[in-house]
Structures are given as C-alpha cells and as structure tokens.
Design a protein around this ligand. Structure first.
Ligand SMILES: [Zn+2]
Length: 376
C-alpha cells in the first residue's frame, strides 16, 4: 500500500516519510487511534516505504518486487502479531499464535484495512472469546529474530492491540524491543494506550493517529464501496471519524434491508394464511450466516413489531418509519389483531434467548414462525 492510497492523514505521512528520509527511524513505535481510523494502513505503507529502493516524492514506487510483496501483506520480513485464542480456524497447534491464523488476518486486511476488533475476531472464528498475546507469541517473535532476514531491507513486526499482551509475554520481549537488531522495527497499534503495559509503552515513540474528517470518511466510503454521496455523508456523520466504523454501519444497513425483506415476507405470508411461504421465511432466518446475525435479525424483528404497535395506536409519527416502509407497516398494522404485538414480542424474545444458548436455529425459527402465523 502506498501512502497516496490512504485517505487523509497527510501530516502523519509527512512525519513518517521524514523519519525514513533522515535515517532516524525509531526502533519501536506506538500508533494509537480510535479503532478503524487507518493506523494499520499507515504502518503497512511505512514499511513499504522503508523497504522500497525506488521511493520518491514522499511515497514508495508501488512497482518493485518489495512493494508488491508488502502490499499483498506477504513480505517475508514483515510479521503480524495480533491477539488470538484457540479456535477451529487455527492451523493446528495446541498453543495458537498469530501465525496459526495469519491467512485469515491477511484476507481480512486486504479486503478492509480499517477492520474493527469485532471484525477480526469474527474473521478468525473466535468471536465471543477473549484473544490475547501470550508467551507462545513472544517465543515466536524471538525465534524469528534469531534468523537473518530473507531480503535486504527492514524487518518489521506490526503488533496489533498490545493492550492484549500479558505480562509474561511483555517481559520476554522487553529487551529486544529496547535494543532490537539493526534494521528491525516494532510498530505497536493500540486502541487503548492506557492499557498497554507501561514497560512496553515507555520503550516506544508514540504517534497519535487522529480521527478523520467527515469528508474524508465519506470519500473513503464512496471509493471503497461505491455508496452514493448522500448515504456516505449520512453514515460518515455518525462514524466519529472512523472509516472502519462507517464501513461497519454500512454493512449493518445492508443487513437490515435483507432483514426487512424476510420479516415482511413472513408477515404477508401469515396474513394471507400461506403456511408454506411462512416456513420458507423461517428457513431464511436460520440460514443467516452467524448466530450474531440471527440475533441481530431477532432484534430487528422486535423493532418492526414495535413500529406496527405504534401505527396501530396512532403513534405513527414517532415510529421512525421511512417513506419506503410506510405502506408495509400501515397495512400490517391495520390487518393484524390488537393482541398480536404483545404476543409477538414475547416469541421474539424467547427466540433470541434460545439462539444465544446455541439451540438449533432451524428449530428455533420454525417455532417462531409457527407462533407468529397463529397469532396475526
Ligand atoms: Zn517499490
């Protein structure tokens, strides 16, 4: 990744380039940011710049073999460290390290370098567990340092979320972080600098990666996803200057469009006494690709039922129904029984609870659909 491919952060890019150009590259740096603000992209672009022999005008060439390898995140001297725990996607070892998951990390970072912590844990298949950087990881770093570099350039360790490093791992690394071999750099990226162990923090030169402007976030959204200007602007305004959070909000909106289709199909099928179609909606719910998504659907369905309740009780103006949804909600509110909403909310709460307890999704949603079918 070239610096020019990163939206905004012009001041930071200048600082990094001048460090490299003046030959005063700190051997340990700590980038701190609110999550999703671009620190990982900047770290990778910095490593690319340092290793590019053809860099010019404040940027790497983007053409040489080294640039290609760094931008694909496969440079043999660039190592990624991030919190992990055991999980089904790890390449089998009893004590997993970042290497056990690195292909999933790479895939995610290539697709979205602004990913959030939750995006990573989901990609690694360890969502809901608590990952950490443990002593096995420290041993792996020391082992890598005991070999000479593969190529003639900088060796780098990009350590994501050092706040999740335990004291034993940190102790093992202290000496090497303080005095690494020549042309070795550690770049720590943290979202919570106050939680980074003081022994590590004090050995690093800190660099604050600030939130981005609303315009920069909107521009990045349009470029990365093809979102229209108006929608990008709205989402950017709510993102707190984080492209990662804006991307996540956009995905949430897309999910919600799909959720509304499923929910409205179910209501229409139930009201027209079409049991087969209603069951099909239940199958679509069960087919949502994670428990998190299934719970998000239940949450969304609960919101829809509340909207129906408000429309039934002449509170349509505070139901926050968008103009495109008005026809569906007002028609449903007119047709369902007055007792429907209260019952449906109870059924949906129960389904959420069962999904949370890992009960088979097909059974849960088939039951939910039947109950809704019988009570409309
Ligand atoms: Zn190059």
């Amino acid at each position: 990744m070239k610096f020019s491919e990163i939206t905004g952060h012009e001041d930071i890019k200048k600082v990094l380039v001048s460090m490299a150009d003046s030959g005063r590259v700190p051997h340990a740096m700590l980038f701190y940011e609110n999550e999703g603000c671009g620190a990982l992209s900047l770290a990778v672009a910095f490593v690319q710049y340092l290793n590019c022999k053809e860099h010019h005008d404040g940027d790497s060439c983007g053409e040489c073999t080294s640039c290609h390898k760094v931008s694909k995140l496969i440079h043999p001297d660039m190592h990624f460290v991030f919190p992990v725990t055991s999980g089904a996607k790890a390449d089998a070892t009893s004590k997993p390290t970042s290497d056990s998951y690195v292909r999933h990390w790479r895939e995610l970072a290539m697709q979205n370098p602004y990913f959030l912590e939750s995006d990573l844990f989901k990609a690694l298949g360890i969502e809901g567990k608590s990952g950490n950087i443990a002593v096995a990881e420290a041993k792996s770093i020391l082992e890598k340092l005991s070999f000479s570099t593969v190529e003639d350039g900088y060796r780098s360790f990009i350590i994501w979320l050092p706040e999740k490093m335990n004291a034993e791992a940190a102790n093992r690394l202290l000496k090497i972080v303080e005095e690494p071999p020549e042309k070795t750099i550690f770049i720590f990226i943290t979202h919570a600098p106050e939680k980074v162990l003081q022994t590590i923090f004090s050995r690093c030169q800190s660099l604050r990666i600030p939130p981005q402007t609303k315009e920069e976030v909107a521009a990045a959204l349009m470029k990365m996803t093809g979102t229209g200007e108006a929608e990008a602007g709205t989402i950017a305004g709510l993102s707190g200057g984080s492209i990662g959070k804006a991307l996540s909000a956009l995905r949430g909106r897309e999910d919600e469009t799909g959720f509304l289709d499923i929910f409205s199909d179910l209501m229409r099928a139930s009201l027209s006494r079409d049991l087969l179609s209603a069951i099909e909606s239940g199958e679509q719910m069960a087919a949502l690709d994670s428990r998190e998504k299934q719970k998000a659907f239940c949450n969304f369905a609960g919101e829809c039922v509340r909207k129906i309740f408000m429309m039934q009780n002449d509170m349509g103006q505070i139901a926050c129904v968008s103009p495109q949804e008005t026809a569906f909600f007002s028609e449903t509110a007119r047709k369902v029984r007055p007792s429907f909403c209260q019952k449906a909310l109870g059924f949906i709460d129960k389904a959420t609870l069962l999904i949370d307890r890992n009960v088979n999704a097909k059974i849960v949603f088939c039951d939910l659909v039947n109950r809704i079918f019988l009570s409309v």
